[in-house]
Design a protein around this ligand. Sequence first.
Ligand SMILES: Cc1ncc(COP(=O)(O)O)c(C=O)c1O
Length: 241
Amino acid sequence: LVLVETPSNPALELIDLEWLGEFCRARKLTSVVDNCFATPYLQQPIQYGIDLVVHSATKFIDGQGRAIGGLIAGKSELIKDIRFFARHTGPSLSPFNAWIFSKSLETLAVRMERHCANALTLAQWLSGRAEIARVSYPFLDSHPQAALARRQMRLGGGVVTFVLKGGLSAGQQFLNKLQMLSHTANLGDARTTATHPASTTHSKLSEADRLAVGIEQGLIRISAGLEHPDDIIADIEQALA
Ligand SMILES: Cc1ncc(COP(=O)(O)O)c(C=O)c1O
């Protein structure tokens, strides 16, 4: 079995899904893609022959940070076994969470358009700032895989990352100064959220393992929400000062 995440959290590295589909088919490997950052609106790995697609519905599918859950889509013969396992071992959604997610799917497309527009505007603005060493966003021309991103994703996604020149202390100071943005490990919320992966989501990795996947001490991950882009930029600007 081959499991990939594209775009990856938080480095925003991409895997070529056409290549992956062919690679796994030729070797009779089961392919699984974590499509959480892209959502089904931006990217559909099934079109490339991927066997299973998994989502943390907690993120953009819910869209308001209300419920925890996930979903798996894919070939019916594989889903049949997963459904049997889930029904007999417990990882099933409560009816209320299932209702929240299914209502949220009705607005996924319009929300993703706004998340992505805000993220791109923010990434372009961040790229011109002297305090910042590096900005990453799949649809920025400076992203090393921008051409691949445009080929397999409808838009660049709602997440932007950047590295502050001042490292860990600059990152802590930035997060403490935020006023509108919420400081949380979650993402995909209607509200813009900021995370410091090295001390939260990826704190269990060693420093060497973090650096190997592009998580420097000064890395900040922003999940662009649905607010007016000027308000998001104004809060980030005052926190950088
Ligand atoms: C790409 C990706 N997949 C899966 C998960 C796990 O999500 P959950 O906490 O809903 O199980 C996360 C959480 O951050 C994620 O970013």
